[in-house]
Design a protein around this ligand. Structure first.
Ligand code: SAH
Length: 223
């Protein structure tokens, strides 16, 4: 019954709500227990971060193509990375790999400001348009090679990298405040999410989830 209304909501809106609830239950089962993170995932409309061809699949727990050979991350991975970041509302966060802007929007709900870097111009332009349309004003986005971080804005309370590095980039560790946390996928075919905590004397490391991300690529493409 397309177009049918239940208490003023369209059938499509009700169906989307049911899909979001199912996704949130799945995330809980898979270890996402932080209610702030679950609530941020609930509030960010993932269907606005995928092309219309994928709207029906927006609330599946799956990565989806977003153009330029890249993907929007799986919701479980976005949620687990965000949870491990342990964000506070006054924090300044650096994100490498804006992609669709979905992870950025989730972060923006939980901290003071997100600085995000993307190397593909068309992806960056689309993500910025989504931030404007959704009224997300605490994001500063720029085109660049994020493997260099964002020296002018460093140091950061938190850093998240959403493309896989071969090793932990020392440049990024250097842009983290003491006590700060960085979450990133490390590895080539076998990757793990790694949590790096900067301490007075050096860094503490732990890994928490096997994943598959697109690679972190140095330099800029020609598009
Ligand atoms: N968080 C994104 C995931 C995007 S996939 C989302 O939720 O949609 C990873 C992104 O990292 C891609 O868009 C890719 O272009 C970008 N990327 C890879 N290497 C990069 C680099 N050195 N600097 C900036 N962005 C990079």
């Amino acid at each position: 019954m397309t177009g049918a209304c239940v208490k003023g909501k369209s059938g499509a809106a009700v169906a989307a709500e049911a899909r979001i609830i199912r996704l949130l239950m799945e995330l809980r089962r898979e270890g996402v227990t932080d209610t702030r993170v679950l609530s941020a995932i609930e509030k960010v409309p993932r269907e606005r971060f995928v092309s219309s061809a994928f709207t029906d699949r927006a609330y599946e727990n799956a990565a989806l193509p977003i153009g330029s050979g890249q993907t929007i991350s799986q919701p479980l991975v976005v949620a687990r990375m965000t949870q491990e970041l342990d964000l506070g509302e006054r924090m300044k966060v650096l994100e490498i790999g804006t992609g669709s802007g979905y992870q950025t929007a989730v972060l923006a709900k939980l901290c003071r400001r997100v600085y995000t870097v993307e190397r593909h111009r068309p992806l960056l332009a689309e993500a910025e348009e989504r931030f404007r349309a959704l009224g997300i004003h605490n994001v500063t986005a720029r085109l660049g090679d994020g493997s260099r971080g964002w020296p002018e804005q460093a140091p950061f309370d938190r850093i998240i990298v959403t493309a896989a590095a071969h090793d932990i980039p020392p440049v990024l560790v250097g842009q983290l405040k003491p006590g700060g946390i960085m979450i990133l996928p490390v590895g080539e075919t076998d990757q793990d999410l790694v949590k790096v905590r900067r301490t007075e004397g050096g860094i503490d490391l732990s890994s928490f989830l096997p994943v598959r991300f697109v690679p972190l690529v140095e330099g800029l493409p020609e598009d």
